[in-house]
Each structure stands twice: as structure tokens, then as C-alpha cells.
Design a protein around this ligand. Sequence first.
Ligand SMILES: Nc1ncnc2c1ncn2[C@@H]1O[C@H](COP(=O)(O)OP(=O)(O)OP(=O)(O)O)[C@@H](O)[C@H]1O
Ligand SMILES: [Mg+2]
Length: 332
Amino acid sequence: MSETPLIELRNVTMMFRVGGGIFSKPSFIKAVDNVSLAIYEGEAFSLVGESGCGKSTLGRIMLGLYKPTYGQVLFRGKDIWSMDKKEFLDFRRNAQIIHQDPYDALNPMRTVYDALAPPLIRYKLAKSRLETREKVCELLRMVGLSPPEDFLRRHPSRLSGGQMQRIAIARAVSVRPSFIVADEAVSMLDASLRISIINLLLDLKNKFNMACLFITHDIDMARYFTRTGRAAVMYLGSIVEIGRIEEILGDPLHPYTSILISATPVPDPKIAKSSEPPRLRSLEIPSLINPPSGCKFHTRCPYAKDICEKEAPKLEEVKPGHFVACHFPGQF
Ligand SMILES: Nc1ncnc2c1ncn2[C@@H]1O[C@H](COP(=O)(O)OP(=O)(O)OP(=O)(O)O)[C@@H](O)[C@H]1O
Ligand SMILES: [Mg+2]
């Protein structure tokens, strides 16, 4: 891909201060550790990893909600932290988020109309009251809430989880963003609803040519969302594998990815795994305050050798478009 990325991270590191008081020194954790990543216009991209590995922090950095400690964030080739106020506001309109819990995103005291109208007015996308109402109705129809008049005056307490998530999606899409981060946006929903919400996101992504970063701990959801797009696997703040989803799932080159895949049940017994899946050496997730030396995965990796404890592997292109950070890629 030679075109300019829509959003690009260059060597981004995010440190957080934890603890520390009058008598104790604070500690620092690297929630994101030297990550470089590019997302292109209209792309469906998934970020997969277990709890606490830094997925949400990475998403928030891409949205300009956190300023990274080191490194650059570029939007259409321009460093967002060197933009003037007007450019930065335009970037913030362009980059929207859908949260895991729609209760967090919607004010319980406000109606659906009150949740959807202000962004339209703020960004001058509707000029009169009548036009605002029309646009809000159009948004509700677009996310499958029809007839819209039934929803306008409702409060979140009178909406189901799926309906609330549809409102959150409508609000994110209303300002015509070019990039959306869906942070565990379906993990709180029932399995049947998850698919319909992902389908809605994909429809809107295609309709408006938005790029979408789908953050999940569930590799199956990543597979469903990404289709033929790319995915990255994250471990303790680092990207350990990145490439086309069918490559990552069909031929994982990092042992962590392989273990993540083997941990998900296979729906069809005919394609059940023949050999015994690899197992983690330890179930304990190492602390980010004092992460393991060398390859951060070596304490849990069933195939770790001496070098893994000493030297951190670089993320390298092992097959076309398929990058992995492992001293022994695919050798398991
Ligand atoms: N504002 C903050 N201040 C201090 N530490 C933070 C902050 N935000 C995140 N962290 C820490 O950074 C690490 C990464 O957190 P993050 O929320 O990005 O992980 P995650 O992969 O999204 O996890 P989950 O799957 O549970 O949502 C965690 O150890 C977390 O406790
Ligand atoms: Mg998170």
C-alpha cells in the first residue's frame, strides 16, 4: 500500500504514572511500547489482545484523546500534535469512538433526540430546528430504529442494550467521521445481537468509506468484523503480529497468536484441531511495572529459548504483508 495512511502511529510509547505518594516513589508503566501502525482510508482493522495489554490506550492515542509520551500520530500525513486549533478540531470530528458500554456514552437524563442533536449543531451539519429533527430521524432510520418518531423522546432507561448501542453508533457516524474506533463495542451484548451490530458497523463503514479500528479480546469477533482486512495482535503494550486476518488465523507466526486461536472453540467438529493445542507455560500475566526482559512473552511461551530472555525480537516482515516479532517465527 503506497497511499498516505489515514492514521499513522510512529514509534508511539505511552507511559502512565501509577501509585506514589508522600512517602513512596511513583512507578511508571509502558501501556503502549514503541508501536508503529498505519490504517488506511476505508479499512476494517482489528486489534486483538487480552485484558490490560494496552488496546484502549492505543485507540485513545489514535483518536487524539491521549498525547503519547513519545512518538508521532499523523492524520493524513500531518502530525496531530502540531496542528493549529482549527485543524485539530477538524481531526477530532473526523475520529470518533464507540464505547463498550453505551450507558457510559448516553446521559440517562437526556432523550435520544438530546443525544443526537448537539453534535449536528456544533459542527453546523444542520442549520435549523426542522433540519436538525429531520437529520436525527434520518440517523435513527439509518441505524435500524424505525419509525424514528417512536425513539426521539425516549430516555436510555427505555432502550435495550442493542438499541442503545445503535444510538451510540448513530451519534458517532452523525458528524461524518473518516475514522471510527469501536472499543469492545459488542462485548456486552448477547451473541445474537453482536452479529447484527457488527453488520450495521460494516454497512455504515462501506456506505461512508470510513476506516474502522475494531478493538476486541475475542479473535472470533475480529474474524467476523475484519473479513479480508488486516489485524494486529497486541501483548503487554507491543504489537507481536500484524497482517491479513486470513493469514494470521490460517498461518499464525507468533506462538501467542497461535495460543489465542487455539483457545477459541471450533464450531464445526469436522474441522476440529487434530493435534494437541500449545499451552501457556504460565497463566499469570506479567506486570507492566516490571515487564519481562527480552521478548516480553518468554515467561509464558512454551517454546522459549535462551535468546528470548535476553533479546527483544523486532517486528519483521516474514511473509509479504505479514509481520511478526518472534525469534523463531512459525517454528512450533
Ligand atoms: N489513565 C491511566 N492511568 C494509569 N494507568 C492506566 C491508565 N489507563 C490505562 N492504564 C493502564 O494501562 C494498561 C493498559 O490499559 P488499557 O485499558 O489500554 O488495556 P486494554 O487492553 O484496553 O484492557 P481491557 O481489555 O481490559 O479493556 C493497564 O495496565 C491499565 O491499568
Ligand atoms: Mg480496553
